[in-house]
Write a new protein. Sequence first.
Length: 166
Amino acid sequence: MATKTLEDLFHETLKDIYYAERKILKALPKMARGAQDEKLKAAFLQHKDETEVQVERLQQVFEIIGKRPRAKTCPAIDGIVEEGEEIMEEFKGSPALDAGLLAAAQAVEHYEISRYGTLRAWARQLGYMEAVKLLEQTLAEESKTDEALTTLAEKAVNAAAQKQAA
C-alpha cells in the first residue's frame, strides 16, 4: 500500500467540504422556511447565496490541484444537519425554535471554519497559493456569518425565546 501524503489528505478533505457545502445548500432553504424570525430567515437565505459561490470556489480549487470536483460523504455534516431537522420537528411552533435553528446553523459554521482553516494551511504548505486565496475568501465569509449569527442570537433570538416562554 502506497504511503498517503499531505497532498492526499488535502484532496480527501476538499472532497469532504465539497460534500458538506452541497448538503448545506439543500438544508438552508428548509431552515429559512422553518424560522419564525424574519432576520433569521433572511440570514439563512443570504448564506445560501454565499454558499453557492463557495461551491464554485471549491470547484476552482479542485481545478488548481488537477482533480475533478467530487464529493465524499461527510458523516459530521450529515449529523449536524440531522440535528437541525430534529430541532425543526421537535420545536415547531415553539418560542425556542429560532434559538435552536440558530445554534444548529452555528454548528455548521464552526465545522466549516475548522475545515477551511485546515485546508488553507495545507494549501499554503503544498504551494497552492491560488487555492490559499480562494480558501481565505471563504474562511472570511464563514467567520463573518458566524459573527452575524452570534449577534442575532444575543440581540434578538435568544431573548425572544425566553420572553415568549415566560
